[in-house]
Design a protein around this ligand. Structure first.
Ligand code: C2E
Ligand code: CA
Ligand code: CA
Ligand code: CA
Length: 279
């Protein structure tokens, strides 16, 4: 048993070491990724349930790694955040969305609103609103086409500072939404202090609809309360028609998820936009 225990220890020790080494290697690769142009954005559409049309997209970060291929954000966002690299990368995301909106406009396509995810580190920058303004004005993009997604926990770190920054972003004409709603610690009444436009109900509440009565009750109540506070509601992670129908019955405004579409490269969004234009 002792021997066994030692082997087990060695196993874990080796695994940990490998993990730390991997993390350091990832970190140095991520430092270079920005200058090498290895980041890209995919765009996932949101469907307006009442109108049946695409109401906009969410920009989602990807890393085109030279050996590993397309790496999803959950494998590197925390490293970007821990190292502060999320600040220049986050700035790149905003600039890239503006560039893409300009390219769609230049191609004569109907230009959709695009939502951008912000990280806690970005919201800690007192001059975030001014930074966003410089990028958007510089790119000549209509601010009304941009939306920013924030999580409840991000808002609760320093609510006073967050209200000040978000009010300035809002005054620029951009929209604000709460991401992953229901997973953090906050109340809708408290959220009313922030100049928000929409709530995105986390996909953990959507997953077991329509069968789970608790999730159904929570989702229904959140939608009703949000509406009474004049907030729009987007349901995340909708993967099938049964979930869509249920959310429609609850008067949910928009849905996002694999049922409508996976996140797409910008080039594949064009077909969706052209179809929407014809409809
Ligand atoms: P999120 O903001 O909650 O984004 C939604 C995630 O759910 C995306 O994962 C999307 O691909 C996935 N998803 C969409 N529909 C479905 C569905 O029907 N079923 C399931 N199971 N999943 C679905 P992704 O692209 O891997 O992004 C993961 C997270 O990484 C995002 O979660 C967000 O927190 C973060 N992230 C992505 N891009 C950025 C960025 O540019 N900046 C920052 N700070 N964070 C980002
Ligand atoms: Ca999001
Ligand atoms: Ca989300
Ligand atoms: Ca998230």
């Amino acid at each position: 048993a002792k021997n066994n225990g030692r082997n087990t220890w060695q196993f874990y020790s080796a695994a940990l070491h490998e993990n730390a080494a991997q993390r350091i290697q990832l970190e140095s690769q991520l430092r270079l990724a920005l200058e090498r142009g290895e980041f890209l954005l995919h765009y996932q559409p949101k469907l307006d349930l009442a109108g049946g049309s695409i109401s906009g997209f969410e920009a989602l970060l990807r890393w085109q790694h030279p050996q590993r291929g397309l790496v999803p954000p959950l494998e590197f966002i925390s490293i970007l955040e821990d190292t502060g690299l999320i600040l220049p990368v986050g700035e790149w995301v905003i600039g890239e969305v503006c560039r893409q909106l300009g390219a769609w406009a230049a191609a004569g396509l109907p230009v959709p609103p695009v939502a951008i995810n912000l990280s806690a580190r970005q919201l800690q920058q007192a001059d975030l609103a001014e930074l966003i303004e410089r990028i958007v004005v510089g790119a000549g993009v209509d601010p009304g086409l941009l939306e920013f997604e924030l999580t409840e926990s991000m808002l609760m770190v320093n609510p006073e500072a967050a209200v000040a920054i978000l009010s300035r972003i809002k005054a620029l004409g951009m929209r604000l939404s709460v991401d992953d709603f229901g997973t953090g610690y906050s109340s809708l009444a408290y959220l009313k202090r922030f100049p928000l436009d929409a709530l995105k109900i986390d996909r953990t509440f959507v997953r077991d609809l329509p069968d789970d009565p608790d999730d159904a009750a929570i989702t229904k109540a959140v939608i009703r309360l949000a509406h009474s506070l004049s907030l729009k509601v987007v349901a995340e992670g909708v993967e099938n028609i049964a979930q869509l129908r249920e959310l429609e019955q609850y008067d949910c405004d928009e849905i996002q998820g694999y049922y409508v579409s996976r996140p797409l490269p910008a080039a594949d969004c064009v077909a969706l936009l052209e179809r929407a234009e014809q409809a």
